[in-house]
Ligand binder design. Structure first.
Ligand code: F6R
Length: 250
């Protein structure tokens, strides 16, 4: 695992956007795994800028998102579908039919999970998966558990995740209690993984992910088993790792 230390959120976003742009330049028909949340917003803005000013071409790119709230309409501003249109897809030349997000409006959990796994398989796997990390060490919505879930599944969100995500809703009662999430197995099958981590509130999760045991109680720790993971973390996020295992920071 390579840990790239950066000063702040802006530098993190610049480096992440540069790595994603390089992936698209080298392989124009890349399959990008995408995340939502605060972490990648700056990265997406820079990719949109590179498309506008330098002609970075997404016309052959396919995307597959990590997760979506169960039961939210696509038109809901809190849905991840809406987020992706607004933050990235509307601002680049990607073909809508090449973008994939779990369908939160499909209330048949079994059918939707099976459909999404078929989508991931039909794309031939993910070339570069972008990830954030939750305060509790979740990746996608794989919450702390006693086992790693391999495939797409419908998750009951922990209270901590509901608390963390209430900032996007008018009130905590409006945060959906469940979400569809890509499984850990699919994430680990991505050829490359790129994680962005910013802020001191992520320091504990980041430190455990990198220096703790591989355990489903801290789902992101499973990334220690992947051969090509790059983590771009800012100084806030690195505070604990700098104290406890500075040799792991590259
Ligand atoms: C979102 C996702 C989540 C977030 C994580 C961090 O698609 O998969 O795992 O990456 O909750 O979210 P932020 O970046 O908002 O702190």
């Amino acid at each position: 695992m390579r840990i790239i230390a950066v000063k702040d959120y802006d530098e993190m976003s610049r480096k992440a956007a540069a790595l994603i742009a390089a992936q698209v330049l080298v392989k124009p028909n890349s399959v990008l795994g995408l995340a939502t949340g605060s972490g990648p917003v700056g990265t997406y803005a820079l990719l949109a800028e590179m498309h506008k000013t330098e002609g970075l071409d997404f016309s052959e790119v396919s995307t597959v998102n990590l997760d979506e709230y169960y039961g939210l309409e696509k038109t809901s501003p809190q849905s991840y579908y809406y987020f992706m249109q607004e933050k990235l897809f509307n601002n680049i030349n990607i073909k809508p039919e090449n973008t994939h997000i779990p369908d939160g409006t499909n209330l048949d959990r079994k059918a939707e999970c099976a459909r999404y796994d078929r989508v991931i398989r039909s794309l031939g796997g993910i070339d570069l998966q972008l990830l954030g990390i939750g305060h509790n060490g979740h990746i996608a919505f794989n919450e702390p558990s006693d086992h790693f879930e391999p495939n797409t599944h419908c998750v009951t969100l922990t209270q901590q995740t509901i608390e963390a995500n209430k900032r996007f809703f008018d009130s905590i009662d409006q945060v959906p209690k469940q979400a569809y999430s890509m499984g850990i197995g699919s994430i680990l099958q991505a050829r490359k993984i790129l994680m962005v981590v910013s802020g001191e509130e992520k320091a504990d999760a980041l430190c455990k992910m990198v220096a703790g045991p591989v355990h489903p109680g801290l789902p992101a720790s499973v990334l220690q088993l992947h051969g090509d993971v790059t983590v771009i973390a800012d100084e806030g996020a690195l505070t604990l790792l700098r104290q406890q295992a500075p040799h792991l920071i590259g």
